[in-house]
Design a protein around this ligand. Structure first.
Ligand SMILES: Cc1cc2nc3c(=O)[nH]c(=O)nc-3n(C[C@H](O)[C@H](O)[C@H](O)COP(=O)(O)OP(=O)(O)OC[C@H]3O[C@@H](n4cnc5c(N)ncnc54)[C@H](O)[C@@H]3O)c2cc1C
Ligand SMILES: NC(=O)c1ccc[n+]([C@@H]2O[C@H](COP(=O)([O-])OP(=O)(O)OC[C@H]3O[C@@H](n4cnc5c(N)ncnc54)[C@H](O)[C@@H]3O)[C@@H](O)[C@H]2O)c1
Length: 467
């Protein structure tokens, strides 16, 4: 029987454990935060649960435009109830995953894991587990998976205190809504909270070092989001690198590199994450990390040391729960000698849970514009879609990219409510090499937002006929 030790119980670790247990391996997971990892307990699951509440308030605000009379001023937000729901749902999901792992026979240890091999190049490895109950165990393993995730990046001059200067992991402990929230950073994490807090009626200012929100995402999508946030009263301060955040008597001051200052009641730091690789004893086995502290892996999750794999945010490949889980599963299939397909990032679908949502899959507009990938594309505004008109939607679009000669779909972007759900047909087309003709000839429901996916594909087909 293979002895496998997994350090970290987030999506990378627990999905790997399930695969290994189903292949009759002897699996131990050592985890420091709780099964489900930061994903379930602090990051992805809590933020999406929070956003589920904040969205309801916006739906109510839009009701009058559709002829439903009601006074938005009478809508209250029970902050303790919203936060309790967030935390109890996260705990419940963690418990469910824990129970499933236990049913599959996985041994779960609560504590910190560290590699303690006495020399480099050994055939098997040793993991020291320092348990929170005070026990110290040394676990022998033929295979080790490092799946330790990442933690919020902290600026030394903006130390979070959990009261006024916050990371996203402090938010659900606040007793009241911030009066004026300054969000530092405009990446995916930042904009999701900017959108959510404005939906709750909180005044929000964004301080970003870049020239737009979502600098790494589709520019057309980012522009739609900027317009929508501006309409909801968000102030966006661009080209503004925050040097420091300080407490004042009644709030915070954010000091910007060029001398400007911004004051508010609270500051939320969303300036990225750092991998949890510093205390893992990597030097004891001869694994080197890159300049960002990430563990380098190949497409089947192998590190440079035989028998040691790494998966998820600690590898810096693509920090998404879905990718972490896939990397973890692939590591186990490979370690157990099963046939395995190396990970393909070109087919990963992801979404940004703002209002409107932004979902993407496959190649990006940037890669096409820079000439890295030849493609034809079409961008269809949603306001021509009958269902969108019925729903009173003013913004959003469907964009599809396809190969110039064959029309094979290679990517797409959707900006719409529930874009996270609407992206699936394009993701299926990308994954299965379907063409725009395949997409165009698939029946969609009339009327539906997904009808715009058919229509966009049809426009690319017409273009085909002219070639
Ligand atoms: C605010 C926010 C929202 C997000 N929303 C989404 C989303 O909507 N969709 C999506 O796909 N992704 C989302 N992500 C990204 C997603 O959360 C991560 O990609 C995912 O958590 C990575 O999983 P992981 O298993 O690598 O690590 P994690 O989930 O971070 O789990 C790692 C675990 O390892 C443990 N650990 C660390 N060091 C040790 C040690 N030495 N010994 C033992 N245990 C250790 C930690 O305690 C933790 O439990 C979001 C991220 C953030 C910050
Ligand atoms: N819905 C989702 O799937 C979801 C949600 C959240 C995060 N994530 C994952 O997490 C990854 C990381 O996202 P993120 O937003 O946490 O980090 P990020 O590194 O992508 O963004 C941080 C932003 O902060 C800015 N910044 C850094 N230092 C600054 C300073 N001193 N002053 C002002 N601005 C500063 C950077 O320019 C950058 O735009 C994403 O790429 C995504 O993969 C996914």
């Amino acid at each position: 029987m293979n002895r496998i030790v997994i350090i970290g119980g987030g999506p990378a670790g627990y999905e790997a454990a399930l695969v290994a247990a189903q292949h009759s391996a002897d699996v131990t997971v050592v985890d420091a935060d709780g099964i489900g990892g930061a994903c379930v307990l602090y990051d992805c699951v809590p933020s999406k649960t929070f956003i589920a509440s904040t969205g309801i308030r916006s739906d109510l605000r839009r009701a009058s435009a559709l002829g439903i009379e009601f006074d938005p001023k009478n809508v209250g937000v029970s902050v303790p109830q919203v936060h309790d729901r967030v935390k109890s749902l996260a705990q419940a999901q963690s418990s469910d995953i824990r129970a499933r792992l236990q049913r599959e026979g996985v041994r779960l240890l609560s504590g910190e894991g560290k590699l303690v091999d006495t020399a480099h190049g050994l055939a098997t490895h040793k993991v020291q587990a320092s348990l929170f109950n005070g026990e110290e165990l040394i676990l022998d393993a033929e295979v080790v998976l490092i799946a330790t995730g990442s933690a919020p990046r902290i600026l030394p001059t903006a130390q979070p205190d959990g009261e006024r200067i916050l990371t996203w992991r402090h938010l659900y402990d606040l007793e009241e809504l911030p009066e004026h929230l300054i969000v530092v950073g405009s990446g995916v994490t930042g904009v999701e909270f900017v959108s959510a807090y404005t939906e709750l009626g909180v005044k929000v200012t964004v301080v970003t070092s870049r020239d737009r929100v979502l600098p790494s995402e589709d520019a057309d999508a980012a522009m739609v989001l900027e317009e929508s946030l501006a309409e909801r009263g968000v102030s966006l301060i661009k080209h503004a690198r925050a040097d420091a955040v300080e407490r004042t008597d009644d709030g915070v001051t954010v000091k910007i590199h060029d001398g400007r200052t911004v004051t508010g009641s609270h500051a939320l730091m969303t300036v990225g994450s750092v991998p949890n690789t510093g205390t893992l004893g990597l030097e004891n086995v001869g694994i080197e990390v890159n300049s960002g502290g990430y563990i380098q892996v190949d497409r089947v999750s192998r590190t440079t040391v035989p028998g040691i794999y790494a998966a998820g945010d600690c590898t810096g490949l693509l920090p998404l729960a879905s990718v972490a889980a896939m990397q973890g599963r692939i590591a186990m299939y490979h370690a157990l000698g099963e046939g395995v397909n190396p990970i393909k990032l070109k087919t990963v679908a992801s979404a940004i849970f703002t209002r409107p949502e932004i979902a993407t899959v496959g190649v990006s507009q940037n890669a096409i514009d820079e000439g890295q990938v030849p493609a034809r594309s079409v961008m269809l505004p949603l306001n021509t879609n009958p269902r969108a008109k019925m729903m009173g939607l003013r913004r959003g679009f469907v964009k599809i990219f396809c190969r110039p000669a064959t029309g094979v779909v290679i990517g797409g972007v959707i900006v719409a409510p529930d874009a996270s759900e609407l992206i699936l047909p394009i993701a299926m087309a990308v994954q299965n090499h379907l063409s725009v003709a395949d997409l165009a000839s698939t029946f969609s429901v009339y009327p539906s937002l997904s009808g715009s996916i058919n229509e966009a594909a049809r426009q690319l087909m017409r273009h085909d006929d002219l070639d």
